[in-house]
Each structure stands twice: as C-alpha cells, then as structure tokens.
Design a protein around this ligand. Structure first.
Ligand code: CO
Length: 656
C-alpha cells in the first residue's frame, strides 16, 4: 500500500502499472445482490443484456445461482432454475460461475438425503456450475462430506465457508474467537477445500477484527482466503480495505445498482481506491460504468418497487446492536406485522439471544436464522409466565434431535427433552452425521411425481420442493396456467405504472364513474399475492353465475377478518368458495395460529388423536410448523388441502 500514486483522472490508464498482487473480485449482482435487495426476483431475461459485458471485466468468478434463487425462480417467477444456468453459460463463456450451496440443505431449508445431494451437485456441475461455495449453518463440516465427494468427482472448485458469527459486539468470547475460525479453516483445508470463504452474512465483521483474522488465516492455511461481508451494518467497505491490507485473496462485491443496504459494497469505489497500488484490481472503470448504465436504464426500473425504502438510512443500526442478520430482522418484523403484533418487537429482541443460547449458540444464517427467529416469535406470542416453549416448531425439534448437526455449545437439556417428547424419529438425540439417519428419497420422489417430471432436473426440483415444485411443473408443461403474478413485466408496463402513480400524486386522476350497486350474485374471493392477502368481491355481469361444487368440508371456516377487506354484500348467497357450515361438526377447533400454506396432513378425518399429536404441517415464513391437537378426540373435519394458503384464524380441523 506504500506505492505512491501519481496520476490524473484523464490519464490513469496510460500510467497504470500492473499490480504485484492484484485483489481478485467475485461479482454477486446476479445472485446475492438481487437476493438481498430485490427479494431474489431477478429474472434471467434481465441478466442477458449485461452478461457478455460482465464476462469482459475480469472477475475471478460471477455468482449466478444457488441460495434462494432456485426456490424463488420456480415459485414466483415461473422460471426453470436449471435453464438459467444453461442460458447464462451461453453468454458468459470465460468467467467461472459460482453458486451458494447450503451443503446438505442444497438450495432448500432442511437436510436432504445423500442420494438427492449427490444427484443435485452432479446436475449443477453438468449444467455449468464451476465454483461450489458451500456452507453449513452450524459450521458442522460433516454436512459437507457428501456434496464435497460429488464436487470433487465432477472436477469442480470446492470453496468451504466458515459462517462468521459473534456472541459479543466484537470478535472473541468463549465460542467465536480467533482460534475457532483458524481451526475451522484448517478443517476445510484438510477436507480438500480449494479455497476458504469467511462468510459474514450479517455484516458483523469490524475492520480491526478483519485484519488479525485474515492474517491468522493466511498463516494457518495455504489455500486462498475469500471474504464475503454484507454491507448491512455499514462496516464492510472499511472491513474490505483492512482485509486487503492483511492479504486476503478474493473479495465479494456488487455492481453499484445492486450494492449497499443489506447487499454488498460496490466494486467501483474499490477499483478506484486501489488504483495504482500493489493490489490494483486492474478493472476498467469505464467498462463498469457502461454496465451500470444498462442496469439503471433497462433493468432496475422493473425491480425498484421491490426495494425496501421504508427507511431513508441505508445502514441497519439494529445489526450493530443485536449481532443478527438484517434479513432475519426484517423477517421478524414481517412476521409480527402479519400477526398484528408489531408492538412486541422489543420483547422479540430480548428473547432472541436467550433462544439462541438455549439452542446451542448457533450461527444465525439460513436456515438457522429462521429457526431461531420463528421460535423466538412463537415464544413471545404463545408462552405463558409458567411455561416457555409452548409452541415448538418442527425445525427446532429437528435441531434438538441433531438433524442439522452439532451445535457450537450443547443445547439446553430441559428444552431438548421437551422438544423431543413424542418426536417421531425418537426421543434420544443422535450424535452421528445427520444425513446418516435419512432414508434415500430421490426414487420415492420420482415415483410420486411420475410423468409430470420429464427429466432428472425436473425430478430433483420436485424432490427438493414437493409442493411448489409440482405447481411449477404443471405450469411448465401446460397442465395448468401460470397466474399473472408470476409473469414478467415489461419496461412499457413499468412506464405506464409510473405515469399513473405520478398522476395520482399530482391529483390528476380522473374520477371513476360511480360503481354500480352490488347484486345478489356477488362473490368474495380471497386473493394471495406472495405473502399479501386481499379480499376481492366479484360481481358477474350478464347471466347467472356458475356456482362450482363446494369443496367437501364439514366445518365452518373461522370468521376471517382481513385487514383491508372490502365490504361483503349482505345478500351474498352461500359463497361457493367457503365451506358450508354444518352443525354436526361440533368440537374443538384447531385454528391457524398464523397465515401460511398447508404442507401436509399427518392425520385425516376419523383418526383418533391425543392432545399434542401433530395434525398438520403449516409452512409460514419458509418454516414448517407442526400444529398439534389441542385435546384428545376424533377428527371430525379437516378443511383445506395440501398447497392451500390459509389466513390467521382459519379453522384447519375440528376435533370432537
Ligand atoms: Co450473502
């Protein structure tokens, strides 16, 4: 860094010397960038306009896949995740691709069986993946064993991650200290890692912790050290600089439009900051500016509405206060808002470190951040002064059983015992590699999905995401029509929308003609867009409405009180969409404690149940919650089917 830089803005290229040890850069715009800022909604068609130019920059790799992309693409964008890989590979020919692999969790939220893990990595490699950035939420590298075997077999780059987490405001303390990280790096090197990534997903790493940490890691292992540090807290540009001074080999950045907030620091200021030094990137800043212009003009207008601009500040001070990932905090806020309990946020902040400690002081990253977050919210909402952990999620039970791996410190014994009471796999936790206890699952998935899956890639998609994967395959092969909500929007539509908003703000919208009176034929529909719920009244014009046969259901749905519901016409006939009330279904109601989607039923009508038996699994905020029988009895009614979305308070089952 002592090199003297003598140049002007005009002639820097001419005087630019090649750096003796250039810092390598991985670009994250096409994965972590839009995952962090735009809810992972980036579409392949919006990556193509810049793909060839990005290939020319000289990035060490471009992150294009993995993380949440696989899930959101098939669920919300009606895109085949495998196809993105093949398509981008046609445009980006020189620069290696990188993906974020959640080790045995692959690109999902639970540990999958070994056969599925082998198949997934094999197909990812075949479809064009080069660098497999692999992490385990617990830093339990036994969860790497299977995928690493296949990464190596496929001849690809295995990058092992250490999830960076803290229990104190700065590096140190009893668990996550310098020794912890050095030992983890050595473990990775001895497993055959081609590089080590320190994954600072929450942006917790302070610059003066980065310096000694990178120094120590460089001394401990021979393989390159890669730093992934989110901007969220505002420290990462400083952290990058200190890490570069300490000799880090590779840094992650985003193109400016995908940078900052909960994403990563931008590449352009780093290029200029290092210009002419021994760590100069060698990148052409003008080329980067050209790419930015395309992003700004042609692509970002379609996404800007997804950017969370509820706050002016681009820094999340809460991260510095609570040492938790920004995404986790926003999930908590959303979850509380959906349950009309936003006023409980301070209690959640207080409960969170307690739950985390009791669950073994685990790092907070997908999926453990959700596990700790959702359980914390459950505790705050459902616990009573004399009983904690009244509603334990399925994932917490799995964690207590050892299904995610070994926690940094042992789980609280009392909690573990409570969580495992009646746990179907057994009440004694396991100590083996978690996937050892999992039955092979790919063949079973193939049988279930049958001909709807045309090739192995379809089958893997279904195996990882059975409910939404099946829906997607039905869209893909024209069995059902994809809803408008998953279709792309054009720049013209964006312009029309913006013009309308502008008019509305200026008070220039022409008044609509008076709405006609609602007739008897009006029907109410529940409409779900992503996580939002609306109630819409539809009044057919011309001709009598065709009333579909109601779903077989014998219990009344609990009265639903949507927040912004339109008034329902009082003369509405028994709406076909609502189950008909039946007096025979007397009994205790199992109501949805939160909005969500029914993933599966463990019990059916006529089954005898004991209090505490799991009746169904409800997915909410990507977490599976086991809903249990509130009393002994027989199931008189089951409303809803697998895949149905339900609102808070909906009657899911009736026990008599
Ligand atoms: Co990240």
């Amino acid at each position: 860094m002592s090199d003297k830089v003598k140049m002007t803005a005009m002639n820097y290229e001419a005087n630019r010397r090649k750096a003796s040890n250039p810092i390598k850069i991985m670009d994250l715009s096409l994965r972590d960038g839009h995952q962090s800022l735009f809810a992972t909604r980036g579409r392949t068609e919006d990556m193509i306009p810049v793909a060839e130019m990005m290939d020319e920059v000289g990035f060490w790799a471009i992150e294009t896949w993995g993380g949440a992309t696989f899930d959101t693409m098939h669920r919300f964008l009606n895109e085949d995740p495998w196809e993105r890989l093949r398509t981008l590979k046609r445009y980006i020919k020189k620069t290696p691709f990188s993906m974020l692999l959640r080790a045995q969790n692959l690109v999902g939220y639970r540990n999958y069986a070994d056969d599925l893990a082998y198949a997934f990595v094999d197909r990812a490699a075949e479809n064009g993946m080069d660098v497999f950035r692999t992490f385990d939420a617990l830093n339990d590298y036994r969860n790497f064993e299977t995928v690493v075997k296949q990464i190596k077999k496929s001849g690809k780059h295995f990058q092992g991650c250490i999830c960076y987490t803290l229990t104190e405001p700065r590096l140190g303390g009893e668990v996550y200290n310098l020794d912890y990280f050095v030992n983890k790096a050595k473990d990775l090197e001895s497993m055959g890692a081609d590089s080590v990534c320190v994954k600072d997903m929450a942006g917790l790493m302070a610059p003066y912790d980065a310096y000694p940490l990178i120094k120590a890691l460089k001394k401990a292992v021979k393989i390159p050290i890669h730093l992934h540090s989110h901007f969220t807290s505002g420290m990462s540009p400083m952290t990058h600089l200190k890490a570069i001074e300490a000799g880090v080999d590779i840094i992650d950045t985003c193109m400016t439009p995908y940078a900052y907030r909960t994403s990563h620091a931008a590449v352009e200021p780093l290029v200029m900051a290092l210009l002419g030094t021994n760590r100069d990137t060698g990148f052409d800043i003008k080329k980067l500016a050209e790419i930015n212009e395309i992003f700004e003009k042609q692509i970002l207008p379609k996404y800007k509405h997804l950017l969370d601009t509820s706050k002016v500040s681009i820094i999340d001070i809460n991260v510095l206060l609570h040492q938790t990932p920004g995404g986790m905090l926003s999930n908590l806020v959303n979850q509380l808002r959906e349950m009309d309990a936003l006023d409980k946020i301070d209690e959640v902040y207080k409960e969170l470190p307690r739950v985390r400690k009791e669950l073994g002081q685990i790092p907070l990253v997908t999926p453990t951040s959700q596990i700790v977050g959702v359980q914390t919210v459950n505790n705050v909402l459902h616990d009573t002064p004399d009983e904690r952990y009244k509603m334990i999620t399925g994932q917490v039970k799995d964690l207590c059983y050892g299904l995610y791996g070994k926690t940094a410190v042992p789980i609280d014994k009392e909690l573990q015992k409570k969580a495992l009471k009646g746990y179907p796999r057994g009440e004694e936790p396991i100590t083996s590699r978690p996937a050892e206890v999992l039955e092979p699952e790919l063949e079973k998935a193939k049988e279930e999905i049958g001909d709807l899956a045309v090739d192995i890639d379809d089958q893997i998609l279904y195996a990882i995401f059975p409910v939404t994967g099946k829906k997607f395959l039905e869209w893909k092969y024209g069995k059902t029509e994809a809803p408008d909500s998953v279709k792309p929007i054009s720049l013209e539509q964006v312009a029309a929308r913006d013009a309308l908003v502008k008019k509305a703000l200026a008070g220039e919208l022409i008044e609509k003609p008076d709405a006609p009176e609602k007739t008897e034929a009006v029907r109410s529909f529940n409409v779900y867009v992503d996580e939002e719920f609306f109630q819409v009244d539809v009044d057919p014009v011309g001709g009598a409405p065709v009333i579909a046969t109601p779903q077989v259901a014998v219990a009344p749905a609990a009265p639903v009180a949507p927040k912004a519901a339109a008034p329902v016409a009082k003369a509405a006939p028994a709406a076909a969409s609502a189950p008909a009330p039946a007096a025979s279904a007397d009994g205790t109601v199992l109501a949805a404690p939160m909005p969500g989607m029914v993933v599966r039923f463990e019990k059916k009508v006529g089954d005898t149940v004991k209090q505490g038996d799991t009746i169904l699994i409800l997915e909410a905020m990507k977490m599976e919650n086991a809903l249990v029988a509130p009393c002994d009895g027989t199931i008189n009614a089951v409303n809803f089917a697998v895949g149905d979305s339900v609102v808070k308070g909906a009657t899911l089952a009736v026990i008599g």
